[in-house]
Design a protein around this ligand. Structure first.
Ligand SMILES: C[S@@+](CC[C@H](N)C(=O)[O-])C[C@H]1O[C@@H](n2cnc3c(N)ncnc32)[C@H](O)[C@@H]1O
Length: 258
């Protein structure tokens, strides 16, 4: 059972997580290859996410953990004003000029109360020290009735959560669907969707996210040794020296209280 405490303890080993994910070198390396990871610019993913939006135009939009700006760019035609914040200046280096970029931590959004009618956050949750604090910040900056569009990769089933974290090998926890839904307690969830990216290459993902050959080999081998349950859930296939798996995302459109 997932408890409130469980949500607070999203990261198993805080010291390891800080070393890896908060290091400047980590995001500096990732920024060079980020857009080459297949899922990042996948149009079916983007279209599926944007289809959750109830309106076609927004006054003021914020992308939290904007990265290279893929989601924010897709919103340019829908809003007069788009902001992107990220802790990594390098990730935002080539951000579209129409997006106002600010180097900031999601735990301390550098904005006043009630100023956005839409806030988006895709695949950032697993990097946050205190997800509850970030959700509170998002709520604070949203208009009453404003929308929060959220997407996050999740394990196929909650029961393989521990194995999933081990397979990815980053010493961070990938929140489960139950843990994520708890974080939305103070929002009104209007739409929930599970989106599956079919047959994603593990080599493509490793080559663009890991800069150590031994680590790549280790994580690849972990996938080969994964449980039958994991392999069945993700439609695991090996082909031409690569592994292909389905990746599940949870997408949520929620509203701040009116
Ligand atoms: C996996 S990338 C996602 C980028 C973008 N949202 C996308 O969907 O393509 C995660 C991003 O979150 C940023 N990030 C991690 N921790 C953060 C924090 N505490 N505050 C702001 N940004 C953060 C990273 O720098 C990185 O750009």
């Amino acid at each position: 059972m997932v408890t409130e405490k469980g949500v607070n303890l999203l990261h198993k080993n805080e010291n390891d997580r800080k070393c890896l994910i908060n290091s400047k070198d980590y995001w500096s390396f990732r920024s060079k290859y980020y857009d080459k990871t297949n899922w990042v610019r996948d149009l079916s993913f983007l279209n599926s996410l944007l289809s959750l939006l109830p309106h076609n135009s927004y006054k003021s939009v914020l992308d939290v953990g904007v990265g290279t700006g893929v989601v924010a760019e897709a919103l340019i035609s829908k809003s007069r004003r788009i902001f992107g914040i990220d802790i990594s200046e390098e990730m935002m280096k080539n951000l579209d000029k129409r997006i106002s970029k600010i180097v900031a931590d999601a735990h301390f959004l550098p904005f006043k109360e009630n100023i956005f009618d839409l806030i988006v956050m895709r695949n950032v949750l697993h990097y946050l020290n205190d997800p509850k604090a970030v959700f509170a910040e998002i709520k604070r900056c949203l208009f009453r009735g404003g929308g929060f569009l959220f997407a996050m990769v999740i394990p196929f089933e909650d029961e393989i959560s521990e194995e999933y974290d081990w397979l990815i090998g980053r010493d961070i926890h990938y929140p489960t669907k139950s843990e994520i839904l708890l974080l939305f307690k103070s929002f009104k969830i209007l739409r929930v969707k599970e989106f599956i990216l079919k047959s994603q290459s593990i080599m493509n993902w490793l080559n663009n996210t890991v800069n150590n050959e031994d680590k790549k080999k280790e994580i690849f081998q972990r996938h080969l040794n994964a449980s039958d349950l994991y392999k069945r859930l993700v439609s695991f296939v090996t082909k031409d020296g690569d592994i292909f798996v389905d990746i599940k995302h949870l997408m949520i459109f929620a509203q701040n209280e009116v």
